[in-house]
Design a protein. Structure first.
Length: 137
């Protein structure tokens, strides 16, 4: 084992914010392109289900980003960023909000559940991609 520091140990708050911002961008771009392909191949209902999953994924990463900013400010004994209380409350309520969004999309759009699950899993794929990228650098 080498004496090199682990890449995650040298990750700063700004670096983590940039990583999460790139993950949001990757989620939206890949999700948008995939929705266009699904729309062409399978129809608008499946594309809308995929887009709903992508929107929930991107919103989840965004809320994690806001929560990390809030926690970092608290740990560094700095003033909490604007909207920190809203971020903390929404973080707790997001499961209900996103659960309702999933339920409504399943009932109203009547598209493929697989497309919705792919959209929901896209955030995880984007985060893994960014983590691997960080490890390689």
């Amino acid at each position: 084992m080498t004496g090199d520091a682990h890449p995650f140990n040298s990750l700063t708050d700004e670096g983590l914010q940039a990583l999460l911002k790139r993950a949001i961008r990757i989620t939206l771009i890949v999700g948008g392109l995939a929705a266009l392909v699904v729309w062409k191949a399978s129809g608008w209902r499946d594309a809308a289900m995929l887009a709903a999953g992508v929107a929930i994924s991107a919103a989840s990463i965004h809320e994690w980003r806001r929560l990390v900013r809030f926690l970092s400010a608290k740990l560094d004994h700095q003033q909490a960023p604007r909207g920190a209380a809203v971020s903390a409350v929404l973080f707790v309520l997001r499961l209900g909000i996103f659960g309702a969004a999933i339920y409504v999309s399943l009932k109203c759009l009547r598209g493929s559940v697989v497309a919705l699950l792919f959209g929901l899993g896209l955030a995880l794929l984007a985060m893994v991609w960014e983590a691997v990228r960080l490890l390689r650098d």
